[in-house]
Design a protein around this ligand. Structure first.
Ligand SMILES: *Cc1c(COP(=O)(O)O)cnc(C)c1O
Length: 472
């Protein structure tokens, strides 16, 4: 048994004293023995330990540098240790780190609420803060449910949800109930409530019996058939606009979101847009739903809202929904839901600084050029013999590796081809993490063009090295 190591936090600017028990090997050992990592098979886990970062690069305990090509799980915006963002947190620390928002408020969080509502599509005028994408969606679902119970003309039988076939909306039981990624969700089935399902309009792997060019019509027809029959029992439709990230970067055909919105209006069902991944510039616009002129009833934000600094999430609601919760204390119309750290001032400070920095640096205006550059690299990668499909929307992409390009035969899951390619890219200095056989590219929004080139070139070489056995 290793003896317990005393916790000795040191300011990172001070060099590690020679007497520190925290050598790289000690980190690796304790990491392996003690620290249970998310979405990680610990029996096969090889410690990969980041100590610090500079801009778009993460630096491990041995001093190796890696370009952060997945934005530290899709949330980094301006790079790491941005002076303005760091300073915003320091300044807030000099005021207060945390004070509860349950019945109390805070100056910084109020400013953030105002900023978000000013930026949001017209009609979303109220913000509820929580601390992760999962909670942002859970909150939206509970709001939608409670809304029907207590709106002016209540429809208490509207208790169910309709969602995409392979959806990912987070990891709580509510999220997983509307989720549909079998790999993650199947085992929990006995715990879940049942949702109605719309097959994803996925052209590369269409539903059985449906041609690639018909996926949009097929999805919409299925959605309409369900809504027509069951709208009286459905509270809300939950959807990730434009691209389903964790499902494997499934890009929806143009017009899908807009048509879904028309259906929810026709059948009197609320629409929840989960913009946890696609919001805050990831699709090239501040909000993804803007691109199809859609304003949902509820909109969820997390990941990029704090520039990837702190756990911050927001659920935006329409005034109609908000009003259904108003009443006297004794009427019990309150939204009885809240997370201890929701609206946390430190998180609010960095989120506010992030949104200001996006404007100051004209980040959204710079996105089309970057999106196009990524597209150029993907076009080359698509030609490789074991790349079946490349899918990009905005500044996010997936490269699907296949055993047989002609038949689209996938590589066996357990052979971990996605991981093999990412490991090879990591050896070449670009940090990537796959979703099964799909290599995912989600760079920080502020990444300059030459670094996009580095990602494209490195990924291409890594795929060739792994799938065609070509050396370095
Ligand atoms: C990441 C993600 C979530 C969950 O967010 P967490 O912060 O990891 O809980 C929910 N929805 C979508 C679309 C996501 O990409």
């Amino acid at each position: 048994m290793p003896s317990k190591v005393p916790n000795s936090p040191l300011p990172s600017s001070e060099p590690r004293p020679a007497t520190s028990p925290w050598t790289p090997d000690r980190y690796r050992q304790v990491d392996r023995e003690t620290y249970w990592h998310p979405f990680t098979q610990m029996a096969e886990y090889e410690p990969f330990i980041i100590e610090r970062a500079e801009g778009f690069y993460l630096i491990d305990i041995d001093g190796n540098r890696y370009l952060d090509a997945v934005s530290s799980l899709w949330c980094n915006v301006h790079g790491h240790r941005h002076p303005k963002l760091d300073q915003a947190i320091r300044d807030q620390l000099d005021r207060v780190a945390h004070s509860t928002q349950l019945g109390f408020s805070n100056t910084t969080t109020i400013q953030l609420a105002k900023k978000i509502v000013d930026l949001a599509p017209d009609g979303l005028e109220h913000v509820f803060f929580s601390d992760s994408g999962s909670t942002a969606v859970e909150v939206a679902m509970k709001m939608a449910f409670q809304y029907w119970q207590q709106r002016p003309e209540p429809q208490p039988q509207k208790t169910r949800f309709i969602a995409m076939g392979v959806a990912y909306h987070g990891d709580t039981i509510g999220n997983v109930s509307v989720g549909g990624v079998d790999l993650f969700h199947k085992i929990f089935k006995p715990l879940l409530f049942e949702a109605f399902r719309i097959p994803a309009p996925f052209a590369y792997r269409p539903p059985e019996g449906v041609a690639s060019e018909d996926v949009l019509q097929h999805s919409l027809q299925t959605a309409e058939a369900i809504l027509k029959e069951h709208h009286h029992e459905i509270a809300a439709l939950v959807v990730e606009p434009l691209i389903q990230g964790a499902a494997g970067m499934i890009v929806h055909p143009e017009g899908f979101l807009k048509e879904l919105r028309a259906l929810t209006k026709k059948y009197n069902v609320l629409m929840i847009c989960d913009e946890v991944f696609v919001g805050i510039g990831r699709m090239g616009t501040m909000f993804a739903c803007e691109q199809e002129g859609v304003v949902p009833d509820l909109l969820c934000l997390a990941k990029g809202i704090s520039a990837g600094y702190l756990p911050v999430a927001a659920t935006l609601a329409s005034t109609e929904i908000y009003n259904a919760f108003l009443g006297t204390f004794g009427e019990l119309r309150t939204f009885y839901h809240g997370h201890t750290f929701g609206g946390n001032p430190l998180g609010a400070a960095v989120s506010l600084a992030n949104l200001e920095l996006i404007e100051e640096t004209q980040l959204l205006e710079s996105m089309p050029t970057k999106i196009e550059r990524l597209q150029e690299h993907l076009a080359e990668i698509k030609e490789l013999p074991h790349v079946g499909d490349v899918r990009q929307r905005g500044f996010a992409a997936g490269v699907e590796l296949v055993q047989d390009k002609a038949t689209k035969e996938p590589y066996p899951y357990e052979e971990k081809w996605g991981y093999q390619v990412c490991d090879e890219a990591i050896r070449r200095g670009v940090l990537l993490r796959p979703l099964g056989n799909v290599v995912v590219i989600v760079p920080p929004l502020a990444l300059p063009l030459d670094e996009i080139d580095k990602i494209g070139q490195t990924l291409k070489a890594a795929i060739q090295a792994v799938t065609e056995g070509k050396g370095t």
